[in-house]
Design a protein around this ligand. Structure first.
Ligand SMILES: Nc1ncnc2c1ncn2[C@@H]1O[C@H](COP(=O)(O)OP(=O)(O)O)[C@@H](O)[C@H]1O
Ligand SMILES: [Mg+2]
Length: 316
């Protein structure tokens, strides 16, 4: 069974037979903290990293093609409607046009990204967690855009309800991604506007957070919430997440937009990307046709700006 140090969260795989009593004391080899291990509580039905080491079978990728180290990026903001899903998709597509191998994970219970890519009723991370005989790689779909997708579906809403009480519930996604990180250059995670279970899982799996915001007061507050979460994660677990902010749906002629932009730049300085994504009707049009903006109209302002944003990310 897997036991976890309650202080530094280091995990150990020990044989069940080593625990003879219902409850024993264990000392963490890393931080020396002494904690109690209970046989029944620590045995969790969720599959762990060790038995995730099933053969890797990713649609369209050969098992030997695994010399990469994915940069994992969460796209998050506590506020809805700030272009998280639009950014995840268009950034993913642009990185792929720049010859990067990209997996997008739809981690939002609304499954908007999955819908935009033309899928419905596909299996999601919920099934990954509850499958007994298939690894995460078998749930990844190769889309026709040279982009890979781990879809979402309505069952994703149950994930938080079923696992919020689990020990280490916040590492469910991180642990599952360990076995596939070598197959992609970038893994992009689209998150829901609320529900810390999902955002926390995404952030703890990530090297970087991209926090989109329009130049609008409440969205800026949403940025603040995520930055606070990132700081708490660093303090409590030592996990450092770089973050950057793309301005979305920018309206250069709007006075309020200009005031908020100035405030964002004062507060977050060079964490604000130089590339800004302007408000562009081509984004909404492209979504009606289930097509990323740059494919819908390669001259569209927003499509080109997302392409430039992808270049900025590659050059970080
Ligand atoms: N650059 C843009 N120009 C115009 N509309 C946009 C732009 N970016 C996003 N939108 C629209 O804003 C709405 C919210 O975007 P979405 O990506 O779903 O946000 P979120 O995932 O944060 O809830 C959608 O209707 C989308 O078409
Ligand atoms: Mg969304």
């Amino acid at each position: 069974m897997i036991i976890t140090c309650t202080n530094c969260k280091t995990r150990y795989n020990i044989s069940d037979s080593a625990i003879k009593k219902k409850e024993i004391s264990a000392r963490c080899a890393k931080c020396k903290h002494v904690f109690t291990v209970r046989k029944s509580v620590q045995s969790t039905p969720v599959r762990t990293v060790e038995n995730e080491e099933l053969p890797i079978k990713i649609d369209g990728i050969s098992a030997s093609d695994s010399n990469m180290k994915a940069k994992i990026i969460s796209v998050c903001n506590q506020k809805g409607g700030v272009a998280k899903t639009t950014t995840s998709l268009n950034l993913g597509v642009s990185l792929s046009l720049l010859k990067k191998r990209v997996l997008i994970i739809d981690f939002d219970i609304q499954a908007n990204l999955t819908t935009l890519l033309g899928y419905k009723d596909a299996k999601s991370f919920f099934e990954v967690i509850h499958s007994k005989d298939a690894g995460i790689s078998e749930y990844i779909i190769k889309t026709k855009l040279n982009l890979w997708l781990l879809p979402s579906n309505s069952k994703m809403a149950l994930l938080a309800k079923m696992h919020l009480q689990d020990e280490n519930f916040e590492y469910l996604l991180r642990d599952k991604l360990k076995s596939i990180g070598h197959y992609f250059d970038y893994i992009i995670i689209d998150t829901p506007p609320s529900g810390d279970f999902y955002t926390l899982n995404a952030l703890l799996a990530s090297d970087m957070a991209v926090i989109p915001t329009p130049c609008e007061y409440l969205s800026m507050q949403g940025v603040n919430h995520i930055v606070n979460m990132i700081n708490v994660i660093r303090e409590k677990s030592g996990h450092v997440i770089n973050y950057k902010i793309p301005i979305t749906m920018f309206e250069p002629e709007n006075t309020a937009s200009k005031v908020i932009l100035k405030k964002l730049k004062e507060e977050y300085k060079d964490r604000v990307f130089s590339t800004m994504i302007e408000k562009d009707t081509k984004v909404q049009e492209s979504q009606i046709f289930h097509t990323p903006t740059i494919y819908y109209d390669k001259e569209s302002r927003a499509g080109r700006q997302y392409y430039n944003l992808a270049k900025e990310i590659i050059n970080l």
